[in-house]
Every structure is written in C-alpha cells, then in structure tokens.
Design a protein around this ligand. Structure first.
Ligand code: NAG
Ligand code: NAG
Length: 605
C-alpha cells in the first residue's frame, strides 16, 4: 500500500511537471505594465469582452462579437501545470474583441516604447489575426470595435500564404486634421508552430524601430531616415515644391549646343550641298519644239455668258486654255530638263559649338509646400488607455501571455529571459517526449533469404520451398538481365558469353515448345482433333507483341507472327527464330537450326 502511494506520488510529481513561478513584477519600473494572467478565470479578471458590434461586409449589417475568451492553462505542449494561464481566443470563425483598461494611462512622451507578448498558436493559424492594439486613452472601450481609435497595432496576421507581423502606427495629419494609418512596408513573417513565440516591438525616442521574434531582430530601421519604411510614408510631401506660377520664359535659352554661326562654307558648297538637281547639259532642244508658239490660247468655243454686262464687267474676252500644239511638239521657251546632281551630299550642317547664351535648365522657383508637415516625433503616440485584441480567426485556442508595455528594452529582455526562455525549453522537451507516431511509418522489409534459412522457427520443408523460390527468382532475374543486355548489344554478349547464350536459348525454346505442345494437346482434346495451328499463331503473336513493343515495322506486326519478310533490323531480334519454329514439328531439328544460326546472325528471306 505504501509502495503504491509512493509510486503514485512519484508519478504525480512527473505529471505535475515543473513548478510555475510567476514573474516578480516589483523588479519592473512602476510605469511598466505587465500582464501574466494570474487570475482564477476570465470573469474574475479585469479583461472585458466588447459589447460593441462590428460591420459585417457580407451580411451588410452590424454584428456582435460572439467569439468567446477564456483565461486558462495551455493544453498544447504545456510547460507548467495549471497555474500558468493565458488569455485564450476560444471560438473558430468568429469575431472576438476583448480589452483591458489600464489603471492609469501609459505616457510615452519623449521615451522609448517597448511592447512585448507571448503568443502560442495551440491549434495552428491557417487564417486569422493574433495582434494587439494600444488603445487611445480618450475612449470608453465598452463598445470596443474596429473603429475604436488606437495608436499602435502589432503582431502576427496570417491567411493562407499571406503571413506578416503587423506594425501599424496611427499618426494625425495636422494639415488635413485626419488620423492616417501607416503600415510597415515589407513586414517580417510570423512563426507558425505549436510552441510559445515572443514578439517584441521597440520604438525609441530617436524613432528607431525594431521588431524582434523570440529575441532575434526580424526587422529594424529608422522612421526618419527612411520615411518610406511606412506606407503611406511617415510624412508624405516634400517641404518645398515648384511654384506653379513660375513658368519658363519663352526666350529662356536652354540649348546646350548651337550650330557654329562662323562656320565657313566649303568651296564647292553649291555643288555638294545646295543643288540637289542640275540641268541636264547633254539634253538638246527637240527639233519640232516651237519657241514662238504661245503656251496658252483663247478658248474659241467659249461663249460670253448671258448676264455679262459690258458696262459693268468690262469687255468680255474668252478664257485661255492650254495650247494643244504644245502637247504635240512642245512650245514656249526651252530649257534642259533637271537631273539628279551626282555630287549632291545633302544640306550643309555646320558643326555645333557650346551655346554662348546657355542659361541652364529652367528651374521653377521653390515655394513651401502647403501640404507639408514633418512628423518629428512619431514615438510620442499620446496617452494609451488600454490594451485590446480585436480579432477574427478561423482557428481557435490562440493564447496570449506575459504582455509587457513599458519604456525599457532591458525589462522586456529580462522578462523574456526569465519567463519565455525557460518555458520554451520545457515546451520543447514536452513536445519531444510526446511525439505523435507518424502515420507513414516505414514498412519492415521482407525477410531476406539468409534470414529465412537461418530462422529456426521455419521448418525444413518450407526452407526448401523458399530456397527453390529464391533460386528460380534469381534465375529468372538473370534471364531478364540477359535479355535486356542482348537487346542492347547482342554481338558483344554472344561473343563474351556464348555458352550462357546457347543455354538460355535452349531453355527458352524448350519451355516455349513445351507450352505450345501443351496448348496443342489441350486444343486437340477440346476440339477433338481439329487444326492445331491457331494455337501456335496465338502464342507467337502474343510473344511478338510483348517483345516487340519498340518495333516500328508495321508490316512485321501485321504478319501475325508468320514471317514472310524480315524487318530491316533483323539482327536485333530473337523472336523470329522462335516464330519459325512454329512451322517445324521437329523440336530437335529446330533447336539445331537455331543454334547453328545463332552465330552468324544474318539471314535473308
Ligand atoms: C523631420 O524632422 C526630423 C527630426 O527633427 C528631421 O531629422 C528631418 O530631417 C525632418 N525632415 C524634413 C524633411 O524636414
Ligand atoms: C538575457 O539573456 C541574454 C542571453 O543569456 C543575455 O545576454 C542578456 O544580458 C540577458 N538580459 C537581461 C536583461 O537579463
């Protein structure tokens, strides 16, 4: 009895795992907030579920936050017993909102901001958020929802392959008077596993920010030295802009080079650059050309219009038309036709010289940008009045723990060192010790020949059968090897292993003939003495088909195994010889013929 008790005690001490010792918060600064969920349960904690509603885009109406929260110990790879609890999102595919109103608002003015929490995805995270929000002090959080103002949002968000650690900072724009939501561009990825992971956000008063995952820096930068770290940028507009009223004067000379005005024309300028066409000096005036004939003549067929008034319009004269005589002989003053100037090189281009009047590119006057504002102190986020989780998730059992909000990186590291680090070790150990058997365990290989022969449990007769089986199997594999080797390089194989080749051929022929003979006998018995040939043909055909699947000689295939014309690659084949046997009734002569012919391996029909 006592023995049983002691063993039970020993067992319980193993099961109860390791003692959970809460972190001593007196080691932290008074301004620091640390939440390790040392509550009996959710209702007795200061964390409150939202009574607000969220806009449902699908239903087109406001809906309640129906997701349940709990404060409970971890069930997945637990490190400690039931004393170590966390805040757990409990409902799949539901909206969750929970908040904690700080006893006194957290003031980060001109200080560093450090936000850290542990996250344990006990049922994985296929699609859902696991981020925390620092809530604006100005609000009453009873109706906490997506519209409740917050200063910073930080933490994992994953859906499918879209996996990121959000860092969003809300900054007021003094020009527009609106609050702008600025997201970290290219955020790092969250760790998706079933152990605790520690997420830390640091934003110093010098505007250096850092995201750490499990103590290691995952992303860092300075919000001022690269305003584009955030999207939209921390302060979007340049301080100075082009004056829209300052337009380029029309006489602004911004040509860098101009043609040299003093460039001298080349001597043969006209001939090479001016005259594209020149008169054909070889042309002569045609004999019939009449220089005295006028180019136009009065149109004698035209009549004076009826409404023509000599007094008002003057004396009427007929209009002139082209002299038809000119079309036949040519008339008027003659000049030689123009031809292409063979020396012409195109227009003359003087070389360029730097423009003596160059004034440089026009730059409009710079004036202060009316939209400009410099967010000089984004780390001064204003008073934080609460912590909140407003999440939708397809996966439940998301556990939050050891939330720290303070001004000290040291404190956050200390908490990490003393809570997260030992916990992770224990969780890992637990996981190692509770490995679920993998479904696809490797199958035990079948016993080898030696194993069976040496196994005393196997009887002698069975051993003999196994021996025969292995022997035949080995022979069969040898033959298969040999066959493929034969297809690959027949000449080499035969010259190197002639005896084996002959032997195998004989075995094959014997076996084949035996089968055929058996078939013939059977057929004979069934048909009562009909023709035996069909059996042969069937056999040979199937043989041909199997062994000839790389064959491209249709004619050969079409012969139904009866060889009339040999294919061009005859030497590569073994079957035809076999097929030929079909026509022979005498096995011994067939075998002889086969072996005799095997060596020259060349036949022609
Ligand atoms: C904005 O303010 C910061 C901090 O005073 C300064 O470093 C930065 O140069 C300013 N940016 C502009 C564009 O004035
Ligand atoms: C946390 O642990 C690391 C590694 O052991 C150590 O370098 C660091 O100083 C510790 N920090 C604090 C604040 O204890």
């Amino acid at each position: 009895m006592i023995k049983l008790l002691t063993s039970l005690l020993a067992l319980s001490s193993i099961v109860a795992c390791n003692d959970y010792i809460p972190f001593d918060t007196t080691r932290l600064d008074k301004s620091s907030i640390f939440e390790q969920f040392l509550y009996k349960d959710f209702p007795s904690s200061p964390w409150l579920p939202s009574k607000g509603k969220a806009w449902d885009n699908d239903k087109k109406e406001f809906v309640r936050y129906t997701g349940k929260w709990n404060i409970e110990p971890s069930f997945k790879n637990p490190a400690y017993g039931s004393d170590d609890k966390g805040l757990v999102l409990k409902t799949v595919a539901a909206r969750h909102a929970v908040y904690y109103k700080l006893p006194t608002p957290f003031d980060n003015t001109d200080q560093d901001l450090v936000l850290q929490y542990e996250l344990k995805l006990q049922s994985g995270l296929n699609c859902g958020g696991a981020y925390i929000k620092l809530l604006d002090q100005s609000e009453d959080y009873r109706g906490f929802n997506g519209q409740t103002p917050y200063q910073i949002m930080f933490g994992p968000d994953k859906c499918g392959s879209n996996n990121k650690i959000h860092f969003i900072i809300n900054r007021p724009n003094p020009i527009t008077g609106k609050v702008e939501e600025k997201h970290l561009r290219a955020p790092p990825m969250a760790k998706i596993n079933d152990l605790s992971n520690l997420y830390t956000l640091i934003l110093t008063k010098n505007q250096d920010f850092e995201i750490r995952v499990n103590g290691e820096v995952a992303k860092a930068g300075n919000l001022h030295s690269n305003v584009n770290l955030l999207s939209p940028p921390l302060y979007p507009n340049p301080a100075l802009i082009d004056d829209p009223n300052d337009i380029k004067p029309f006489d602004w000379d911004d040509d860098v080079l101009v043609p040299d005005p003093n460039a001298e024309l080349p001597e043969d300028y006209e001939l090479k650059h001016l005259w594209e066409k020149i008169p054909d000096l070889k042309a002569v005036k045609p004999e019939e050309w009449d220089e005295n004939e006028p180019l136009t003549i009065p149109d004698l067929e035209s009549e004076k219009p009826q409404d023509w008034d000599d007094e008002e319009d003057g004396e009427w004269t007929p209009p002139h038309i082209r002299n038809p005589q000119c079309d036949e002989t040519g008339c008027g003053p003659w000049s030689p036709p123009l031809i292409k100037n063979p020396l012409y090189k195109g227009p003359f281009i003087p070389r360029n010289i730097p423009n003596p009047n160059y004034k440089g590119p026009f730059k409009p006057k710079q004036i202060p940008n009316p939209d400009f504002h410099n967010d000089t102190n984004p780390s001064n986020i204003g008073l934080v009045g609460g912590l909140g989780f407003e999440l939708w998730s397809m996966d439940n059992n998301i556990m939050f723990n050891n939330i720290y909000l303070g001004h000290s990186i040291k404190e956050a590291e200390l908490i990490g060192n003393e809570t997260y680090a030992p916990k992770l070790e224990l969780e890992f150990e637990y996981k190692q010790n509770h490995k679920v058997n993998i479904k696809n365990e490797p199958i035990k290989p079948p016993p080898t020949f030696d194993e069976i022969i040496n196994d005393n449990k196997v009887y002698g007769f069975i051993q003999f059968l196994v021996f025969i089986k292995f022997f035949l199997l080995k022979q069969f594999l040898d033959i298969v090897d040999f066959y493929y080797e034969f297809l690959r390089d027949p000449l080499n194989l035969i010259t190197n292993q002639p005896i084996k080749f002959v032997l195998y051929c004989m075995i094959f022929v014997t076996f084949f003939t035996f089968i055929c003979g058996l078939g013939a006998v059977l057929l004979f018995l069934i048909t009562g003495g009909g023709q035996a040939n069909p059996v042969y043909e069937k056999e040979t055909r199937s043989k041909t088909k199997i062994e000839d699947d790389d064959d491209d000689d249709a004619k050969y295939d079409d012969e139904d195994g009866v060889v009339i014309e040999h294919p061009s690659n005859w030497e590569e084949r073994e079957e035809p010889r076999i097929i030929e046997l079909k026509d022979s009734d005498d096995i011994s002569s067939a075998t002889g013929a086969f072996t005799a012919e095997a060596k020259p391996r060349r036949r022609k029909a």
